[in-house]
Design a binder for this molecule. Structure first.
Ligand code: SAH
Length: 351
């Protein structure tokens, strides 16, 4: 419909014709274009993720899955499901471990980007791809993994104005995109604890993340299985915008160059837990990524890898540090465990 126009031009035209658009639409359109048009991962991309730092991350995920799958009686048909698998690196490392334990189920990737699907096919050629969770198998237990998936889903923001709470929108001012308050009263959409907050306070809600958590939990509750959700986020409800844009490993303006930077928010784990429990899954954690990986034996794995290739010992120690150190990914990143019908709860969440 917009022909040769760039996303920036088509959003500007939409706003000029219809008025400001919601931040949710802005973020959804920007990220669909962003992931659809490039592979953003790695040193010459915009950001790096845990599985791209070291094979140890995916291996620990594989160990966790293998343990819970074995204790559930090793059901032969249990399927591996990953949401937003990136380059397929996590899947490759986790599945190598799972297969060593005798698992031989089907592999399912929920991924919308054709560019990322092509990269995933190089890592796991026999995978089956899905646009969303609606077409996943309904007749078998599922082993579900999502790393840095929820943070990329569009959020809604509500801002306190002198007139009351309003949707945070994106409008145009002097040919520049700017955030602004909408006109519709939204006071009832704001959690009661925050309603009396100061002017300009922003409350962020993540309906899409809650929908995904609900769908995951419903599948596990109905079919059995287990899941791991890993992301950066917080555990107690808070106010303020956590929207950030990353471009070339540096912070960028989320309201400039839509679709050319990665837009993410911190994950509200209290909301994720509530959505999962409401749909019938058992929840463990969240715990910090460092504590989780430590409990699964990542330090021992790093030792074994270094012993096998002494020339890489420094690099392996550095990767371990990045994944688990509190001032690196160890505490900001959190791991949530999920268990479905008749499945045991997974390792690594003991207090
Ligand atoms: N899990 C990977 C990649 C994280 S980046 C890793 O840890 O390296 C986010 C991933 O989610 C990308 O593969 C992106 O294409 C995919 N993605 C983003 N939004 C999506 C959506 N709405 N539906 C399906 N996949 C999506």
């Amino acid at each position: 419909m917009f022909g040769e126009m760039t996303l920036e031009q088509s959003l500007a035209r939409l706003i000029a014709l219809q008025g400001p658009i919601s931040l949710t639409l802005w973020m959804g359109q920007a990220n669909a274009h962003y992931y659809g048009s490039r592979d953003p991962l790695g040193a010459d991309g915009d950001f790096t993720t845990a599985p791209e730092i070291s094979q140890m991350f995916g291996e620990m995920v594989g160990v966790w899955l293998a343990d819970v799958w074995s204790r559930a009686g090793s059901p032969v048909d249990a399927a591996y499901v990953e949401l937003g698998p990136g380059r397929g690196t996590l899947a490759r490392d986790a599945l190598r471990v799972l297969r060593r334990f005798g698992w031989a189920g089907s592999v399912h990737f929920v991924e919308t980007s054709a560019t990322m699907r092509a990269a995933q096919a190089r890592a796991e050629p026999d995978a089956q791809w899905h646009d969303d969770l609606g077409s996943l198998p309904e007749d078998r237990p599922l082993l579900i993994v999502a790393n840095e998936f929820l943070d990329a889903l569009p959020v809604r923001q509500i801002v306190k104005t002198p007139q009351g709470w309003r949707e945070r929108m994106v409008g145009l001012q002097d040919d520049r995109f700017v955030p602004m308050a909408g006109t519709m009263p939204l006071d009832l959409a704001v959690p009661e604890a925050f309603r009396e907050a100061d002017a300009q306070t922003i409350v962020e809600i993540a309906p899409a993340a809650s929908v995904v958590m609900g769908e995951v939990a419903r599948l596990l509750a109905a079919q059995g299985g287990a899941g791991l959700v890993v992301d950066y986020g917080y555990t107690a409800p808070q106010t303020g915008s956590t929207l950030q844009a990353l471009k070339g490993h540096a912070a960028a303006d989320p309201f400039a160059t839509p679709g050319e930077a990665d837009l993410t928010t911190l994950v509200d784990f209290s909301a994720a837990v509530a959505a999962a429990q409401a749909s019938g899954a058992q929840v463990a954690g969240p715990v910090g990524q460092g504590a989780f990986l430590g409990a699964l034996g990542i330090a021992q794995r790093a030792g074994a890898l270094a012993k096998a290739s002494p020339a890489r010992a420094g690099e392996i120690a550095g990767a371990l540090e990045r994944l688990v150190a509190p001032e690196q990914m160890g505490t900001l990143f959190k791991v949530l465990g999920l268990a479905g019908k008749d499945w045991p709860s997974g390792a690594g969440f003991a207090a």
